[in-house]
Design a protein around this ligand. Structure first.
Ligand code: SF4
Length: 388
């Protein structure tokens, strides 16, 4: 690897007019750019974290149709909120959105503060999001540095700085805030977003011949594009094996609520146990939970294997569909599965004792589809999606 660092004297200010002009002529047409009011910018920026623009479009429209104001967001029920976010992943984002919305309603009369520092105090809003809202919605000249900007800046400067270091990001935030133009703060920051998404791309060779600042780029001049940005190799993900169950009785299935902390905190899921199970093992489990050790009237079908990748963990799953003719038998199996038989109850009983709703639910397919957000980790096992 080339170890010459030519970044020391790089003048970022020179890129500004070229990028602003380029943006004015080539800006991507995105729904949140049509009416860039603070709430819209905020929702779009939070959705766009770790999610592609194309995937966000539909979610964005649906979210704002259901919750058109910050007050609506603050008052939404958890199930509505999670359902609107279903499939986007990283559910902490939407929980923080609501926490912040409540603060905005209580302390700022329902309008996001027009101040970078005040925005930063809100739950889930870091320096990038605060910078994006402040510059795009309020025209405040402040930087919005994310992975895209780090990549572009380090390529421009021909710098081998490790972009995962907080100090590198902090320094760039200071340098980019200093060059953000007062009369085009939003355009400048959005030009960097567009350049990073369409030309100075992260994977594969950047399209330098289309880049408006190619003549100022050290990585281009020295053919270093593939070596920059520098990021240390990530540690390998931990692999967890799981056996997942679709337990069905009379058109209803069992859902389980995950613990309030950790991965997929507080979300509904399909019941599952640690480890990979064979169909023989599941048959043994079914016999154990059956009063007469008789399982002839239970339909057991393998749903095959599925994999889901989280940032630090991979789930390698094996799924089974178990269809019962007798709800008591299903509950006994759940009890064995969850080692908590008493908590597995019928939906009708839940209405009488709402405390029981906390962890387990037996619920019609239609209601799952309409009202419950199941993490996309279970996508391969949502067999009810095909039921008409
Ligand atoms: Fe990125 Fe190439 Fe433009 Fe340099 S010239 S900023 S490497 S796209």
């Amino acid at each position: 690897m080339n170890t010459i660092d030519v970044s020391k004297s790089y003048e970022y200010g020179e890129i500004v007019p070229y990028l602003v002009d380029w943006y004015e002529a080539n800006a991507r047409i995105l729904p949140w750019r049509l009416e860039p009011e603070p709430y819209h910018v905020w929702i779009s920026e939070i959705m766009l974290q770790q999610t592609r623009v194309e995937a966000v479009r539909g979610y964005y429209d649906r979210f704002l149709t259901a919750l058109p104001t910050i007050e609506d967001l603050a008052n939404a029920s958890e199930e509505v909120l999670l359902k609107l976010w279903e499939g986007l992943g990283y559910y902490t984002r939407v929980r923080n959105l609501q926490k912040a919305a409540k603060v905005v309603v209580d302390e700022y009369s329902g309008s996001l503060p027009a101040s970078y520092k005040e925005l930063l105090k809100l739950p889930g809003i870091g320096s990038y999001t605060a910078g994006a809202i402040a510059s795009i919605a309020y025209g405040i000249p402040v930087s919005a540095v994310d992975g895209n900007v780090l990549r572009i800046a380090k390529r421009l400067a021909g710098s081998f700085d490790d972009i995962t270091k907080a100090s590198v990001k902090k320094q760039l935030e200071i340098e980019f805030t200093a060059i953000t133009p007062e009369d085009a703060a939003g355009a400048f920051n959005q030009s960097l977003m567009d350049l990073g998404a369409t030309i100075c791309i992260p994977n594969g060779r950047p399209l330098c011949e289309k880049c408006p600042v190619m003549h100022l780029c050290m990585a281009f001049k020295k053919d270093l594009q593939s070596q920059i940005p520098v990021k240390p190799k990530k540690k390998g993900r931990r692999i967890e094996e799981k056996t997942v169950f679709v337990l069905e009785y009379d058109g209803k299935i069992v859902l389980h609520k995950r613990p309030g902390k950790g991965l997929l905190a507080g979300l509904w899921e399909l019941p599952n146990i640690e480890g990979k199970s064979s169909i023989d093992k599941i048959q043994d489990m079914l016999k154990l939970s059956s009063v007469k050790k008789e399982i002839a009237d239970i339909e057991l079908t393998s749903l095959g294997e599925a994999k889901h990748i989280f940032s630090h963990v991979e789930w390698h799953m094996t799924g089974f569909h178990i269809k019962y003719k007798d709800s008591e038998q299903m509950k006994r199996f759940c009890g064995q599965l969850m080692q908590d038989y008493s908590a597995v109850v019928d939906n009708s009983l839940l209405k009488e004792d709402s405390n029981l709703l906390e962890n387990y639910l037996i619920i019609p397919y239609e209601e799952v589809i309409e009202s419950y957000a199941l993490p996309s980790a279970f996508e391969g096992y949502k067999i009810w999606k095909n039921i008409k």
